[in-house]
Each structure stands twice: as structure tokens, then as C-alpha cells.
Design a binder for this molecule. Sequence first.
Ligand code: HXC
Length: 519
Amino acid sequence: TPRLGQKLMGNRNKELKSKRRKALMGGGKARVAAQHEKNKLTARERLALLLDENSFEEWDIFVEHRSDSFGLDKQKFFGDGVVTGYGKINGRLVFVYSQDFTVLGGSLSEANAKKICKIMDQAMKVGAPIIGLNDSGGARIQEGVASLGGYADIFQRNVMASGVVPQLSLIMGPCAGGAVYSPAITDFIGMVKSTSNMFVTGPNVVKTVTHESVTAEELGGSHTHTSKSGVADFECENDLELIELIKKLFSYLPSNNKEKAPITPTKDKLNRKVLALDSVIPENPSIPYDMREILINILDDKNFFEVQEKYAKNIIIGFGRICGESIGIVANQPKFLAGCLDIDASKKAARFIRFCDAFNIPIITFVDVPGFMPGLRQELGGIIKNGAKLLYACAESTVPKITIITRKAYGGAYDVMSSKHLRGDVNLAWPTAEIAVMGAKGAVEVIFKSEVAEDGSKTEQLVKSYEEKFLNPFEAAKLGFLDDIIKPSETRGRIAKSLEMLKNKDLKNPWRKHGNIPL
Ligand code: HXC
């Protein structure tokens, strides 16, 4: 009867309310306070800051684990230590999971992994990014292999989603053991100073196995990974700063590999001349300058979103916009190691280029490179295979590619930095460009070896004649390897026009299962 139905509904509503209230409490007041004491926000507080107000739709809030080993039957929490669902960032759909350290240390159980997999599958079906907020003690130790299986299920989905939807990782607490491999597969990793760690094995295991004494911070803190290992892309002061940074990053990205990044309207004029660029290159070619200044001055509203700022500083990568269109920048930085390409720089740029290519983001390359880095350390580290990564990434990419040579483009590095030969669409040079097999002094020592040996005073004259012949942009332009030589101050306008021309570029590589990039 209706009365009974109403009673049932009333009771169920009460139960629902009380269960939901319990779920929202996570691991309880004391654990939330402990989380705050560590300067960390809770899983839900983080999502509230990441997502647009009232946009979060939570899934699986009532999921519980099914394990009864080692007392787990007495430790059940609604949601089982991870908050999952979808919401919006500036009106754009994203799927999220946020590990709740207050519940069993945010450890990953079978049930909790299933929740993460569910939203990953859904994100792939609808073509929306996956954002993971990591704060976990790793595999739930009491569950044994069931939780390991859960990790592998996530890894598999990370790999399937790679290049299909953007995957972003925020590391906001411990991230240890094999657990680090899920973020490692994602496109970008941001870490919080002091409170986050990433390592395959922690300091205690390291001490036992290799007898090295290291702190967690040295081994896997944000500084280590953003400046030494290159594992992470961003380092932030606290949770809030990282969340804001990820939102900004997302503004440059499309939602999936079939879409283009959103256009961000700007009042910055297409043809804005940057007169300062006409005098930015020093008279003496061995004097460095700051490539970053050039990039900032050319981009819309002088906004440059740098990625991996502290790692392999001899190459700059990041996002910007020209006339509202999102672009990826790859640029040699003469301020560090004279802009040489070494192992780290090659890997850094190659991965970024592949990201841009997968997600339809045009690539603008700024070249001032004296060559690949010579030396035993580089050769033993495999500069051949690592440098080839950059070459491979550049050659296989099919997005619009625009290249500006500001100064040196020597040797193999000339080829690799998005040259015409690697399907560069628009290749331009400043009048200060020097495109040659090598620098003049080195060249003279090789080709005029006997003359120089006979009469050392001839060197200067020979160097001068080599410089005159090759250290300019005209030889390359003569061969059509450059489309034009432009005034530096007009660079922004030329890029803008090229991007417009390339809007409908359609280039496909031959069918294959996958290529074999020199890993
Ligand atoms: C179950 C865990 C847990 C885990 C933490 N907890 N990690 N429970 N499984 N993996 C629990 C703790 O027992 C504790 O519960 C609560 O979470 C909070 O942890 P604390 O140790 O008090 O916190 P803290 O001092 O901040 O230290 C955090 C920590 C530490 C550094 C993460 O908890 C830790 O070392 N945990 C174990 C890390 C680990 O070895 N994980 C397995 C890695 S191997 P109580 O109730 O006592 O407060 C792995 C394999 C993945 O992950 C493989 C994928 C291929």
C-alpha cells in the first residue's frame, strides 16, 4: 500500500543518508586531522578544488573490500580508500580518482582497483581525460596478490589509454613499489614538495640491498624527480598549487586524440612585431642568450607554460598559444651547455613531441644547437640510441611542424631539430642563422689539416672563409631547405600565418602494428 511504501522509502532514505555521511568521513576525524597536520589535504578536499563547483558525480561510494585476512574484516570503510567519479574543469569533462590516505593508508585493494578501472574504462569510452590524485601506501599488504592484480589491471588500462585520452598524475603523498608505474605511463606527473615521494624501493630496502644510506627525499622526493631523474614534470609547494597547475595544463590539451585543444581567445594581435628580437642574438656566436625570452615574447599574452623546467635545461619544452591555438614548443637553450643535445635533452624532447603528435598539438621548434654532446659519458650512456629517439619522434610526427632557426644548426642536430627533411612544414631562419656541418674552427682543422700543420698563421684566414661560405642561412635557402629568411621581429606573425595555412594538414604514416622507436 502507499503508506507502507512511504515508510520503506523513509527508512531507506535515512539509511542512505547515514551511510553517505559515514562514507564522506573517510578514515575518521583523527586520521583527517593527521592528514592536515602533514600539510596534506584529504582526497575529497582535493577534488573539491580540482573540479568545478557541484560538477562532481561520484561512483562506487558504497563499495567495500571483501577480504577478511589479517583483521581486514573489522576494517571496512565505504569507498574502500579511493574516491572516484567524473566532473568538470572549466566546463570540460574529466574522470578522476583520488586516493584517500585516511583509509588504510590509501592502500590499493582489489575492490579499490576495480573502482579506478571502472572510471578509466568509462573515460576511454567517452573520450575524456583521466586524472589520478595519488596518496597511497601501495598494494594493500593484507590482500596479497589480489591487490597486485589490481595494479596490473590499472597498468593495462594506462597503456590502452596512452595516446587516446590525456592522463595526468598528481603525486600528493607516498607512491612506492610497483605503484609508481601507473603514473610513469601517464602523460604528465606533478609532485608536491616535502609531502610526496616516488620510488620503486624505499630507503630501508635500499640500505639492505645496496648498503646506501639515503633519505626518502633524496631517493624519490619532488626535487630528485624534477631535476635529476626526469621522472616528474612539475614540482609545487603544496596540494593547492599543484591542483591549480594541473588545471592550467589541461587548458592547453584536447580531451582526446580525435579533438583539437580548445581555442582560448586573445586580444594579442596576429602580426604583433617584437622589435627586441631584432637585436637579441649577440655579435659573438659563442655568447649565450636566453631562448626563453624569445619564446615568451612571441606567444599570446606572453604566456609560456613550461614543462620539466628544471631537468635537461639545455632544451626547453612547454605549451603556449598563438592566436588562441594551443602549440607545443621545443627549443634549444644556448644558456645551458650551449644548447647541445645530450641524452637527457633528447629523451625530454622526444617524449614531449610524441605527446603533442598524439593529441593534435602543432609543434614549433626553435633551433640554436651546436650539435650532439661529445664525450665518453654520453657515448657510454647511449647517446646514439637516445639521440635517435628525438630523431624518430620528430620524423614520425604528422601534426603541423614549424621550425625557426635563430642561430646555430650544426651537424646531425640540424637534421634532428625538425628540419625540412623530417617533414617540417614551414622552415624559417633568422638572418643570424648558421647552418653547417660543424663550427668553422673544427671544420678547418679537418679539411685543411695539412695546410694548418704547415703554416698555423693561415688558420684565421681559412676559418674566415669557411664562416663566410657556410655560417649563414643562404646556402640552406638556396637548396630549398628553408622556406624563407625572416626578420626576427616578424616571427610571431609568420608562425601565425603558417599555423592558419596548416589548419587542415592531413598526413598519415603507413599502416603498421607499431613502430620500433629505439628505446
Ligand atoms: C595496508 C597500509 C599500507 C599498505 C599503509 N597502511 N600502507 N595498510 N597496506 N600498503 C596503513 C598503515 O598500516 C596505517 O594503519 C595507515 O595506513 C597509515 O600508515 P602510517 O604508516 O601510519 O603512515 P605514515 O607514517 O605516513 O607512513 C606512510 C608509508 C608507510 C610510508 C606509506 O605506511 C609505509 O611504508 N607503508 C608500506 C609501504 C609499502 O611497502 N607498500 C607496499 C609496496 S609494494 P594503522 O591502522 O596502523 O594506522 C607495492 C607493490 C605494487 O605497492 C606492485 C604493483 C606492480
